[in-house]
Design a binder for this molecule. Sequence first.
Ligand code: BES
Ligand code: MN
Ligand code: ZN
Length: 503
Amino acid sequence: MDYSIHRTTRPLAEALANLHTDCLVVGVYANGDLTPSAAVLDHLSGGLLKRLIQRGDLEMQAGKTLLIPSVSGVTHCERILLVCAGTTEELKLKRWKSLFSDSLNALQQRGIKRVDFALLEAAPTGMSQDQALRHAVLALDEASYRFLDFKSDKTSGLPSVQHAAFLAPTEANNTLETALAQAMATARGIELTKNLANTPGNVCTPSFLAKAAQQLAAQSNLLEVEILEREAMQKLGMGSLLSVAQGSDQPPKFIILNYRNAADDAAPVVLVGKGVTFDSGGISLKPGEKMDEMKYDMGGAAAVLGIFKAVADMRLPINLIGLIPSVENMPSGNALKPGDIVTSMSGQTIEVLNTDAEGRLILCDALTYAERFQPAAVIDMATLTGACVIALARAPSGLLGNDETLIQSILQAGETSGDRAWQLPLWDDYQDLLKSNFADMANIGGREGGAITAAAFLSRFTKAYPWAHLDIAGTAWNSGDKKGATGRPVSLVTQWLMSRVEA
Ligand code: BES
Ligand code: MN
Ligand code: ZN
């Protein structure tokens, strides 16, 4: 999907009367009030819109639509779509986004290629036009996303709409074009994340992720990629990470992304993404039901790559490092066993009581590796625990860390982007749960507070810098009928990085 902004210096009535498009979308409130553009169209058409509404052709409920074939007085528009925006009080972020997805769904499969939205004039109160535009683009992109790589028929079911234009309101500020470019960059990042995460485990292996990172770097002169192979990881002492990889025939990869677009001495942000391309549980084998969904256990890695794509497209003036420890967790004659003790890169020893708690075993070595960059902040994102889904369901990502200022800024970016997180406590009280009789720590903390004990484990490797952890087990993909990657938390983290630049 492609997007543009339509700016004109003409008066609204003249502009709309001369607009060439397959379909113009305008808004109506639940009480029958028309948005400015709808009022103009009503006037141009001799009161047609009001008549249709009065006789009940449009259900006055948010998201309901009415397609009007063609209207005298606005002859260059092939069609007009009326969309009900509900009440102004209820028009908040979620409903704003659904105005666009509902409109798009009403138009798909009708051969409509180009749509013009005259809705920015009705942006929710308190939301800047730039933000309103950003959310509109992400909503449209989401609604038109299809993953057809593995269907033999790659054409049927494709959305017909290929171009969406946004009419700039008369009083539009001049940052709208930049906001659009940034929104599109974010949308492309989310698409990449979804595509990678939806790709099955027999194709999306650690080597595949490494290639994806290299392809990304090839598209930007600001981005470099380095891949560490097993031998290099051995030399670094990444015994914990390698212990997870040893049961698989797929070689592990440690992917390092280096994006530089700020002063050389500006401390970078480091993003770490869990890249388990399939999590069978290892010798602590998972039950069979829904095990296919463990192809998504590289959702954190996919998000890091998506964020780098967005940041590189925007040419955000920051230094950013990405670290992706990538392995496949499999049972075999070589596999890690319950009771095994491994030595992490930090020197701390770990008693592996459950080989299915493998995410933390690869993340801890990546978090130790992060120290060498003397980071301003480290954020890791990982499909880490089923317990996080039990605690919070799928609305927010779980958020924990060792720096309250960092955490608050991430929560704020979650509100702004609508890709929300919710903080869980990480008090010292929880550390005792990780006691081991034989090693410095165990890799699990028992049944209680599983999302927290997982983070408590990670916290033992993050003492050198401000750190936050996003548990995205419940947010990275949808289960059931709508099974598929969501692209979260790309929007959240990209928004956080953008806010840091503005601050
Ligand atoms: N990848 C899983 C976490 C997960 C489970 C994500 C379900 C999404 C849905 C992780 O590696 C795992 O298996 N965690 C265990 C930890 C336990 C053994 C302490 C879990 O959550 O059951
Ligand atoms: Mn696991
Ligand atoms: Zn896992």
